[in-house]
Design a protein around this ligand. Structure first.
Ligand SMILES: *Cc1c(COP(=O)(O)O)cnc(C)c1O
Length: 428
């Protein structure tokens, strides 16, 4: 019914906020009626190949029979129950799976409902840890420029202060210590010069509770891939200066960079780790913060004797069931060769961009393909061109990138890269 479509567009334009948007935006908003595999079907029946995995989550694609079945089964038992004083099988099963696949010393798990909250929880853990160790002056965090850790207040305080997302709030955010992002690229060694700024900050600054950073891939802060050697040195420095290391694996976790968790590229593990996004295969919102037995027991021994956090929807049974099914699917697939296949095809497919005047650089790692333009793209015209060509790609600033669902076939992936190359060619 055309009338309905029109009405829903109106209510959207006049009453509903979208991420980082204004009401009555000039930018087009497309209504999705359904989705299956790697395809979104719009309300007007057009089909788009999804190059974004719905912000990096839908690793197994949409409407996956096993994912659907897992949720339907759990739904018949219970959709939700509070986690205070109660527990359930989906949380226990998921926890065992996470213990099996995350780096060794991480064995205490705090579930929350979104990535940003898992970062808040990680930062709180670090603060309570130092309180318990009678060093309450340790209240500050050190982080890299170009990072992104979420939109809530503590998460904003450690996200890049200059890239525009959170600048408005700087004056009321806690002041953290920022160090330039590493110049050494993924695959390159890390020299003493590369690590010197971080070492200097750790040596000179007082009151640092933890270093928080995204391992190997800086995501929404600039799609930057840096040296595994740098991360290895970061771990050693944190040990040397007795600073906790929080790794935010929300974007990188569950295979995206070619390892199950990106810290594996460096063969190191954090003291606290955040996961989210692909955790549930994109089906439900769920995140988790993991830490070591020693940090957890230190927190328990300090005041007030408990860890001070507890969201209403903590460890939602439906979300846990989705996460369990997603991890099962991932581990039972040959995900490593699959990510390698996607990586090679992204490399081949995006290579022609290197010859274009508009393009600054092309970089590919795992199932992430990034074309950095010389200038910020025109969101309206580029989005319309992508949709016209039958793909869903959502750039930000100068960055046009692909992070497709892992199940994408060669042909669809080729369509994505071809369209991206052709669309970039006509950008002014
Ligand atoms: C997306 C993201 C977050 C925030 O997660 P939300 O679920 O959007 O709150 C935090 N850190 C990283 C690295 C992310 O990519």
């Amino acid at each position: 019914m055309p009338g309905n479509v029109c009405m829903s567009k109106d209510i959207d334009q006049h009453h509903i906020w979208h991420p980082y948007s204004v009401m009555h935006s000039e930018l087009p908003i497309y209504e999705v009626a359904s989705a299956d595999g790697v395809r979104l079907t719009l309300a007007d029946s057009r089909e788009l190949i999804d190059g974004m995995s719905s912000w990096w989550c839908m690793i197994h694609g949409y409407n996956h029979p096993q994912m659907n079945a897992a949720l339907e089964q759990q739904l018949k038992k219970m959709a939700h129950v509070m986690f205070g004083g109660l527990t359930h099988e989906p949380a226990k099963t998921l926890s065992q799976q996470l213990l099996d696949i995350t780096p060794e010393p991480l064995e205490k798990i705090f579930f929350s409902d979104s990535g940003s909250v898992s970062v808040e929880v990680a930062m709180k853990m670090a603060l309570q840890y130092w309180q318990a160790r009678r060093q309450p002056q340790r209240q500050c965090f050190i982080t890299l420029r170009g990072g992104y850790h979420g939109d809530t207040f503590a998460a904003m305080s450690v996200s890049d202060p200059d890239n525009g997302m959170h600048g408005l709030f700087q004056s009321i955010l806690p002041k953290q210590i920022f160090v330039d992002r590493p110049r050494c690229r993924f695959g390159e060694p890390c020299t003493d010069d590369d690590i010197a700024p971080l070492e200097k900050a750790l040596k000179e600054e007082q009151g640092i509770a933890a270093l928080i950073m995204e391992p190997i891939v800086q995501g929404a802060g600039g799609m930057w891939f840096y040296s595994a050697d740098y991360l290895k040195k970061v771990r050693a420095l944190c040990d040397h200066y007795d600073v906790l290391l929080i790794l935010d694996e929300i974007a990188t976790g569950f295979g995206r960079s070619g390892k199950l968790f990106a810290c594996e590229h460096a063969g190191i593990s954090p003291d606290i780790m955040c996961i989210g996004k692909a955790l549930t295969g994109g089906y439900m919102t769920l995140a988790a913060t993991l830490t070591t037995a020693s940090i957890a027991s230190t927190i328990d021994q300090g005041k007030p004797g408990v860890f001070m956090h507890g969201p209403t929807f903590m460890a939602s049974p439906l979300a846990c069931a989705a996460a369990s099914a997603s991890i099962d699917l991932l581990l039972k697939s040959d995900w490593q060769s699959n990510i390698h296949r996607i990586e090679q095809q992204l490399e081949r497919g995006l290579a022609p961009c290197r010859a274009l005047d508009q393009v600054e650089e092309v970089r590919v790692l795992g199932a992430i393909g990034v074309v950095e333009m010389k200038r910020a793209v025109n969101m309206k015209s580029i989005t319309e061109a992508f949709v016209e060509a039958g793909v869903w790609v959502r750039p930000f600033g100068k960055l046009v990138y692909l992070m497709p669902p892992y199940i994408i076939g060669d042909e669809d992936l080729q369509t994505l890269t071809n369209v991206l190359v052709e669309t970039i060619k006509i950008q002014k």
